[in-house]
Ligand binder design. Structure first.
Ligand SMILES: C[S@@+](CC[C@H](N)C(=O)[O-])C[C@H]1O[C@@H](n2cnc3c(N)ncnc32)[C@H](O)[C@@H]1O
Length: 202
């Protein structure tokens, strides 16, 4: 693969242009992911690991003028692409930083968290799921997707892969309710809900 693509510097996860391309628009349009989340007007959404903002316009269309959107990514260059799409939209807060620590988002303040193709790119998966739990309101949902492929183009990517065992431990680490999702042939998808009534320590 490195014959076809220049090697990424260690602080970059992916090529911005690879995240929004005609192939993805046809085979995995934003509506595919967002239909699962049942977004409603006025909701607050956090799209963590935003990348270049592939999903942001469609999220904003669905949450309407009273909605609120938080975006965060460790890669400031990717976020600049997202920022350019948004043209200063006042509903959106953009921060550079890790998905596992989002101090600008208050506890239990978000209706939906989007982790699209993100857990496969970072080591601290537990930290990100813990942060999703913290910021979600009771009854709020987190959408997670990652590639279905079994092998990865690089050893580093392979080590970050979300294996079924890894996912099982993330899913059961808290009191998540697992919601049904329609399978996709491109990505593995999960939808979890923070229950309305939590147990001790929740
Ligand atoms: C494959 S891209 C997916 C981007 C976007 N969610 C999408 O669906 O197009 C993964 C993104 O996660 C970001 N990322 C990687 N590690 C991160 C971390 N610890 N915290 C926040 N973002 C991270 C990368 O910079 C990259 O923009």
């Amino acid at each position: 693969m490195s014959v076809l693509l220049p090697t990424l510097p260690p602080d970059r996860q992916c090529y911005p242009r690879a995240l929004d391309n005609p192939f993805r628009r046809v085979f995995a349009p934003p509506s595919r992911d967002l239909d699962l989340l049942d977004l409603q007007a006025g909701q607050t959404v956090a799209d963590l690991g935003t990348g270049v903002g592939y999903l942001v316009r469609e999220i904003l269309r669905r949450i309407g003028p009273q909605g609120r959107l938080y975006l965060a990514d460790i890669d400031s260059e990717n976020l600049e692409w997202a920022r350019a799409r948004l043209k200063g939209d006042p509903r959106v807060t953009i921060q550079v930083g890790p998905a596992s620590r989002r101090p600008e988002i208050a506890d239990s303040s978000v209706d939906r968290v989007v982790l699209s193709l993100v857990l496969c790119c970072l080591a601290d998966k537990e930290g990100v799921m813990a942060e999703a739990w913290r910021i979600l309101r009771a009854g709020g949902q987190v959408y997670v997707s990652y590639p279905r492929r079994r092998r990865s183009v690089s050893r580093r990517r392979s080590s970050l892969r979300v294996t079924p065992e890894r996912w099982a431990s993330l899913e059961t680490a808290r009191g998540w309710e697992v919601l049904p999702v329609r399978p996709s042939w491109i990505v593995t998808r999960h939808l979890l809900r923070r229950p309305k009534v939590t147990g001790p320590g929740g």
